[in-house]
Ligand binder design. Sequence first.
Ligand code: ADP
Length: 544
Amino acid sequence: MLGAMMQFPLTITPILERMEKLFGAVEIVSRLPDKSIHRSNYGDLCRRARAFAAALAAAGMKRGDRVATLMWNHAWHLEAYFGAPVAGCVAHTLNPRLNPDELAYIINHAGDRLLLVDDVMLPVYERVRDSAMLERVIVVPTTGRPVPPEYQPYAEFLQEGSSGYALPQLGEDEAAAMCYTSGTTGAPKGVLYSHRAIVLHSFCLSLPDCACLSQADCILPIVPMFHVNAWGCPFAAGMAGAKQVFPGPHLDAISLLDLFEQEKVTRSAGVPTIWMGLLDALDRHPGRWKLEAGLRVLSGGAALPEHLIRGFDRHGIEVRQAWGMTEMTPLGTVCHVKSSLSERPAPERLAIRAKQGLPAPFVEVRAVVGQREVPWDGETPGELQVRGPWIAASYYNLPGEQERWTADGWLLTGDIATIDPEGYVKIADRAKDLIKSGGEWISSVDLENALMGHPAVREAAVIAIPHRKWGERPLAAVVLKDGYEANAEDLRSHLAQRFSRWQLPDAVVFVEEIPRTSVGKFRKSKLREMFAGWEWDQTADGAA
Ligand code: ADP
């Protein structure tokens, strides 16, 4: 027998209507390039998102047409997040840190028709102007400087919509947003998010054991709005009616902490390299910022080193690790210590918190070797596979790329993980980052986390270097903290407390910085290039 409930499509439109009916006065705060603060509210956001939707319709944008954005995190970007999907268009966020060839490839592959670019990003657009096939480019002024005459200003575009425009009735499976993978692993691929996926993801993200968003919260997504829709925070925050704060282009630790204090931020989200900077600033300036009690932040995108969790605990800030992917909207797992484990000794609880966490509701996980699922014993690694209602079933317009999905419909994540009997997922590595030495696997992530636990180490990344006898051996690239000293032997002795001798990096190389990807993760492919000619027998430290 069927349930007797209404068919009510899960689309972004009711979120917009809810924001305007219930939360009109809730603030949206944007820090502008000159560091001044722009204040608006949900009422303004909804009016302007509707005007944008009307203008898109007047410009001939049809259902499913892609509207690209090239912008920092600010209120105008949020207007596109809502305005494009409620018009039936697809908000395609572009990553400005990609090189011009990649950017032009993505614009053309996605078939973007119209681009909304803020004036700070205009030089990025101008580098692809001749190769990107866009029909219209509209400029959002955020610097106070006049829009160059060859472009249409956003305010003028907003006037073009009809005042009688009514939002279309959308189906929940229609596309709402789009994001290309950042290309850490090969050519960028487009992921097309449906309204339904975004709505369900918003429910899940808001849960107490996920990002824990309530109306009374104030969220500052540090993760760029071009990185998997700022991990879905703007949609979830809109549904909750929470205050949203956007940092604009100012992502240095001091500017961020000032904004946390000034706007009374209670929730945030970003990658570990951001948290490393924030922790460093908090340690160097004790008592400088008065942050909200109960401040809780999500860390995702790369493994969260244990020392960061401990460091933030010291400052009364709870950092929770999440794992996900562009292909997963992006939430997959979030870590919290279950109530049944809350009496475990502190080091054990810390070790749990350093895992990637429990699968979010409706996200199914399994670790597989060959065709067989490995047991949830916390020891046997396998490739992590996932499925669920906000996980991509294919890439956009790449029919040849189906090998990322199993015949029975699971997404191959490319991550190697163990799952313990409690259900905690621990990512050992990306498959291609694992170090295979003498037939045994060494987790680069575990070595990095332990290295970053040394008091003198600011950052560390470990890569595999080919080795004649062992196949591969680990090399650690390390950045020391200012004013600290340590040599390779100090760091190896530190690691030897936790690792067997054969797992220790044979070489520790001190570098000025670890190269970053466009979304702030360590770029190991670049490190591998830097050390491509490494000869073990020529190292001062000697090979295994
Ligand atoms: P890219 O693949 O280009 O870096 P994504 O942002 O989609 O773009 O990256 C997803 C990948 O990031 C995951 O497959 C995983 O390897 C890594 N990742 C994400 N979150 C975590 C985490 N908490 N711990 C370890 N790795 C993570």
